[in-house]
Design a protein around this ligand. Structure first.
Ligand code: FES
Ligand code: FES
Length: 175
């Protein structure tokens, strides 16, 4: 039987460029976890339903289980492993610790990557917006109040704030 066709791929992950060949059906999530050993990005549902696999591609948060590695040829990926600068945690990582925003921690890398994307999108103006725009990231431990506090803290948003004038349309969550 013929070996499966492999496609060339050049991808930058956490600032490091990689050139390789990969089967066309390999997802970005599996590339990161299985081929690069970056297991900080988690596989929950593998179906775009839980957000555990959220990473940043060219600065935009996406579910890495829902995109093929070859579709990201030439792009820059940032995973949870790339957020800290040496011993200095990313402000969101620090805030998650300060606010006790996790229990088992399985959803946490995805929550933090999603929050990085959310803050750079600049659409969240109150904590109700944060709740809606982070709703693609499920936490089975139910640490939502603490996650909301951590993200709001870094985004400079008052906890438990509502801003009806700028309400986010439900169903527009990108992650
Ligand atoms: S593992 Fe990708 S959304 Fe659940
Ligand atoms: S901390 Fe356990 S799933 Fe979120």
């Amino acid at each position: 039987m013929q070996a499966p066709a492999r496609c060339p791929l050049t991808i930058t992950v956490n600032g490091q460029q990689h050139t390789m060949e990969v089967e066309a059906w390999v997802t970005l999530l599996d590339l990161l976890r299985e081929r690069m050993g970056l297991t900080g990005t988690k596989k929950g549902c593998d179906h775009g339903q839980c957000g555990a696999c959220t990473v940043l591609v060219d600065g935009r948060r996406i579910n890495s289980c829902m995109t093929l590695a070859v579709m990201n040829d030439g792009r820059e990926v940032q995973t949870i492993e790339g957020l800290a600068k040496g011993d200095q945690l990313h402000p969101l990582q620090q805030a998650f610790i300060e606010q006790d925003a996790f229990q088992c921690g399985y959803c946490t890398p995805g929550q933090i990557c999603s929050a990085v994307g959310l803050i750079s999108e600049g659409r969240a103006r109150c904590s109700a917006d944060v709740r809606e725009l982070m709703s693609g990231n499920v936490c089975r431990c139910g640490a939502y109040p603490q996650i909301l506090r951590a993200v709001s803290q870094v985004a400079g948003i008052a906890p438990d704030s509502e801003n009806a004038e700028h309400a986010i349309t439900i169903g527009t969550v990108p992650a």
